[in-house]
Ligand binder design. Structure first.
Ligand code: COA
Length: 254
């Protein structure tokens, strides 16, 4: 079965991370499938909104570390960057149901979603610095905006996880639910949106986002250039090698 499931029903396109044995970490092939699905959903009149989900124990462990190590994104056209641009510019409502770990892109993706429902087991983290990397998905812009600078520094410089209730408090999630109920709740809200006039939804979203869409896109590009360079540098090599070897990284010389 595919690592990304795409299912459209009653105007709702659901994209499911389906790689549970690797904690739904995302390979380049999965980014390509996601980018294709999002681009198709944007232009398909039968799709009125999109829902991202994992399962009741895991949303996503972020980038697949082995895949990134062996196969770093080579250009702006790499699947990961294509996916980020498609999500940031997606014109229809985007929702997410998040349970368990949401690491790296598993969290930064949510800053582009319009509505987020979390299981009470959700744990959000952006450990880019711990991996010798920098933020992506315009998170260096959007995280300080939503969390305030000092809480953003805690999340992005220390890379420590924060739980569903803290995410609710800062406004990253709309509602916290028992994990068994999060996906069903997101689907019910998506169906409600799908019954509304699409032109009104799209124009409302465009107006809410228009003030900073250009800044978001230029930040994605600038972060992407740094991220791509840093992936090849010694700190990331050490962090990724340590993860694969299940040892603590040693940054003392870096
Ligand atoms: N890339 C590749 N493989 C990953 C992965 C990732 N980001 N996250 C988890 N996996 C794999 C593990 O290597 C392990 O594989 P194995 O069974 O073949 O050894 C499997 O998924 C289960 O992971 P494990 O760490 O044992 O699960 P856990 O429940 O103890 O912890 C996480 C879950 C998500 C907290 C932990 O896996 C983790 O921190 N992953 C790395 C997250 C990360 O740094 N992502 C990159 C962001 S840019």
């Amino acid at each position: 079965m595919s690592d990304i499931l795409v299912h459209t029903e009653a105007g709702v396109c659901t994209l499911t991370f389906n790689r549970p044995d690797k904690k739904n970490s995302i390979t380049a092939a999965m980014y390509a499938a996601l980018a294709d699905a999002i681009e198709a959903a944007a232009s398909d009149p039968a799709v009125r909104c999109v829902v991202f989900q994992g399962n009741e124990t895991t949303f996503s462990a972020g980038n697949d570390i082995g895949d990134f190590l062996n196969n770093p994104p080579a250009s702006e056209d790499s699947p990961v960057f294509r996916f980020l641009r498609a999500v940031a510019q997606f014109p229809k409502p985007l929702l997410a149901a998040v349970c368990g770990p949401a690491v790296g892109i598993g969290t930064t993706l949510l800053f582009h979603c319009d509505l987020v429902y979390a299981g009470d087991n959700a744990a959000f983290s952006m450990p880019f610095v711990n991996l010798g990397l920098c933020p992506e998905a315009a998170s260096s812009l959007l995280v300080p905006q939503m969390l305030g600078y000092h809480r953003a520094a805690e999340a992005l410089l220390l890379g420590e996880p924060f739980m569903a209730e803290a995410a609710l408090e800062v406004g990253l999630v709309n509602r916290v639910l028992p994990p068994m109920e999060a996906a069903g709740y997101a689907q019910a809200v998506a169906r409600k949106l799908a019954a509304k006039p699409l032109s009104a939804l799209m124009e409302t979203k465009r107006l809410m986002k228009k003030g900073q869409i250009q800044q978001v896109m230029s930040t994605i590009a600038e972060e992407g250039a740094s991220f791509g360079r840093m992936l090849r540098e010694p700190a990331a090599r050490e962090a990724f090698g340590a993860f694969m070897a299940r040892r603590k990284p040693d940054f003392s010389q870096l």
